[in-house]
Design a protein around this ligand. Sequence first.
Ligand code: PMP
Length: 411
Amino acid sequence: MRAFGSVGGLPRTIASARGAYVTDVDGIEYVDLVGSWGPALLGHAHPEVVEAVREAASRGLSFGAPTEGEAELAELVIDRMTVGATRAVEKVRLVSTGTEATMTAIRLARGATGRDLLIKFAGHYHGHSDGLLAESGSGVATLGLPGSAGVPEPIAGLTLVLPYNDLDAVRAAFAAHPGRIAAIIAEAAGANAGVLVPDSGFNAALVDLAHAAGALVILDEVLTGFRVGPAGWWGLDPSYLPDLVTWGKVLGGGLPLAGLGGCAELMDRLAPLGPVYQAGTLSGNPLAVAAGIATLRLADADVYARVDAAAARVSGAVDAALTAAGIPHVISRAGSLFSIAFRSEPVRDYTDARAQDAFRYAAFFHALLDAGVAPPPSVFEAWFLSAAHDDESLERIEAALPAAAAAAAAS
Ligand code: PMP
């Protein structure tokens, strides 16, 4: 993902980052639109987050024992995931990466149902554990890979990969494998093959279909969680209840932290209370927890309003520049996340996302980079704004876009 695999050239080696900017080892500053692939909701190196980490470090780096911070962060998450009278999660387990969070959620779903099969959607990314790389998004999509070498067929065969936004395919899968499907895992809104917006009511329908078949739903909010709103994508339409939710990225405010949550009855099946094993030497690391607490405490309504406004402004400016250059394109937007697809029709699934003039993105990307603006180095990645993107940084992006669109048109 960092290697400029689809746009060519050498990735910049970053020396430091602050607010909306990253600076490379040659001292060149870029307006950053990657945000560490999501965590930097507040912008880079927010002084209060850095201070919280410094203070935590002064008390010790890792204890391998419970801390008050873990409980405090879990309570913050549970509070956020309570909208009106609806409480989406009652217990939280902290891990270090999104990959671990989804891996554990799947093991828990299998342990709870006694079933083996898993449904995932093409173009969705849930980390790099063995069963989840088939037709995966993110770097797997950027590099055009069907999956990964090194995954034994019996493991890959336990994952049923379905087209996104296709409830008939979900119904057909349950009909074809009665009593065998443990869970559906879905990104709350797809954001790893470009942005794939779920149809209205799609996530709720997944829950209905799964429950009717005795299966569970794992809502993967690793990327969307605490970014598109205080309670993630789920909080924008809390009309349904997923069984398990996973988080990462913003949860750790830039340090390695992720988690999963669900109702107590399900979460209590995790060891040591239950038989589903999970553990991690650095899980709930005190520095990461301190960064997470500080980040969630700072991410108030004003922060979300600023991030949303910045995303609207940049996506609007991208749209206008590409239109002015006469390039067929659509902008997909899910809350403050957006991406470009070089095609005329909307993008609903991974097949659509791949059916575009993706080659145009390389010229567009490099023209922006040359102008001191760093968008994600793949057309299959979302653009990440932050509350630190102020007028000055946004104007720099706007100023760079017309030449970048012209370069894309000429490519
Ligand atoms: N799920 C989703 C939706 C993600 O976007 C990602 C990371 N991009 C992951 C899981 C995996 O997280 P990590 O890279 O922390 O393992």
